[in-house]
Design a binder for this molecule. Structure first.
Ligand code: ZN
Length: 243
């Protein structure tokens, strides 16, 4: 048996164990879920294997409607993210949207590095050929373009070490804030607010090293109306190693 077959077999075995334990511990919930879902939260998070919405929050299945992509982006015209948001807000009628970034995000890091490389080439007067359309480089460059722009906007115009001038944790927070704003400004969310619906949009960051969530207190609950602060007195953010 190949190692990947073993891996998949072990995952199916784990599912057997999970299903049996679930049926034993909460048969009522299992029956309820079989009839439908009524989550109260929409989660826009990163695809990163270390950040699970359900595990991080400890909620039961059926509690969170999730859309994940690399670096929790909400690009204009992204049909997949828009469809998930539309369904969550207008069909499931969720009450809160959480945009959740995380420490050590590879997507944010790639955007940061792309901004630094662009600046270094610019400083040297080097011309950059665009990647071949449809290539791996082209696909990634297009996806991280807004993060690269954000990173570029934070680069000081004159610095000997641009990578030193940017901080991944700071950029991660800024990207979550930008994404919260993009979601709150979307027609889909504004339509819900126009209907007088109670719906809030929040920005959180998951700290991989501690498994703790931090509220960035950058949320909205209406056009131009800030969401209530969810921040609690805490010191873990300060104790997180800098990246
Ligand atoms: Zn990530």
């Amino acid at each position: 048996m190949s190692s990947s077959t073993q891996l998949l077999t072990s995952i199916l075995d784990a599912n057997e164990t999970y299903a049996e334990a679930f049926a034993r511990s909460d048969p009522v919930l299992l029956q309820k879920l079989a009839k439908g879902q009524s989550p109260r939260i929409f989660w826009l998070g990163c695809s990163d294997s270390r950040v699970s919405a359900e595990l991080a929050t400890g909620v039961a299945p059926g509690s969170i409607f999730v859309h994940r992509n690399i670096a929790q982006c909400f690009h204009p015209g992204d049909l997949s993210a828009s469809a998930a948001l539309a369904y969550a807000v207008h069909v499931l009628k969720v009450e809160a949207i959480i945009v959740c970034g995380h420490t050590g995000c590879g997507g944010v890091k790639a955007g940061m590095q792309a901004a630094v490389e662009s600046k270094q080439r610019e400083d040297k007067g080097e011309k950059v050929e665009p990647p071949k359309p449809g290539s791996v480089e082209d696909t990634i460059a297009k996806w991280i373009a807004p993060i690269k722009s954000l990173a570029s906007s934070q680069l000081p115009s004159c610095t000997s070490d641009p990578l030193e001038a940017l901080e991944l944790a700071h950029l991660t927070d800024a990207h979550v804030r930008d994404t919260v704003k993009a979601v709150a400004d979307s027609d889909l969310v504004r339509a819900a607010w126009d209907e007088g619906r109670e719906l809030s949009v929040h920005g959180w960051v998951y700290h991989v090293a501690t498994a703790k969530l931090r509220d960035l207190d950058c949320g909205w609950k209406g056009v131009g109306v800030r969401a209530d602060s969810l921040s609690r007195p805490s010191t873990y953010a300060e104790s997180e190693p800098r990246e």
